[in-house]
Design a protein around this ligand. Structure first.
Ligand SMILES: Cc1cc2nc3c(=O)[nH]c(=O)nc-3n(C[C@H](O)[C@H](O)[C@H](O)COP(=O)(O)OP(=O)(O)OC[C@H]3O[C@@H](n4cnc5c(N)ncnc54)[C@H](O)[C@@H]3O)c2cc1C
Length: 165
């Protein structure tokens, strides 16, 4: 049992999980002027792409039956920005054939460094080694944040919006 007293921080948005989804929402919300806290149980972002070593960025290109076709990118937005930043750091191959479409192989270490750079530049407060252990509720209807276990003891993050990523 951890007997250290609970600490508390307040923010506009708490994002739980620093995988691809958590990084995207945290950076986007912070750029919109909101105070964002991202919490991640490991010491780095990336989730399946880094801790899971999935290896590739899928889903950017059109699928086709034509063997003569060239890769045509159909997904843009934050995913596009992220792969460009990954590419600029030397962490991504060009499109490689994958079934009916194409995929790009990434370096997991550079993936997490790219995420850290985007989060830092956007002003997101990141808390690593922080595991969500519960939800702060107001009655049965409203979620007011999360309870965490961190290396520095138990921490409550109270937020107007809680995003489970
Ligand atoms: C076997 C497999 C192979 C795959 N291969 C590919 C591939 O090659 N290319 C591709 O593009 N996609 C691949 N995918 C899909 C890809 O992994 C997912 O689409 C992607 O990881 C989803 O991102 P996410 O941010 O939603 O979740 P995740 O990547 O799962 O991120 C969730 C994050 O939340 C954190 N977390 C979880 N619980 C807590 C908690 N209690 N407290 C704090 N933090 C917590 C985790 O540590 C993690 O960092 C693969 C999936 C699987 C299962």
């Amino acid at each position: 049992m951890d007997v250290r007293s609970r600490s508390r921080i307040d923010t506009d948005i708490v994002v739980t999980g620093g995988g691809a989804a958590g990084v995207a929402v945290a950076v986007t919300a912070a750029r919109a002027g909101l105070r964002v806290t991202l919490v991640e149980r490991y010491g780095f972002c990336g989730g399946g792409a880094v801790a899971g070593l999935s290896g590739t960025v899928c889903g950017l290109y059109e699928a086709t039956d034509s063997r003569a076709a060239q890769p045509r990118q159909v997904v843009f937005g934050f995913a596009d920005e992220f792969v460009r930043a990954l590419d600029a750091r030397g962490g991504l191959t060009g499109p490689l054939p994958y079934g009916k479409t194409w995929t790009r192989v990434h370096d997991p270490i550079i993936w997490r460094e790219t995420a850290d750079g985007l989060l830092r530049d956007a002003g997101v407060e990141v808390i690593y080694h922080a595991t969500v252990t519960g939800v702060l509720c107001e009655g049965e209807e409203r979620i007011e944040g999360v309870m965490l276990w961190t290396k520095q003891g138990p921490l409550d993050v109270r937020a107007a919006v809680t995003i489970d990523a």
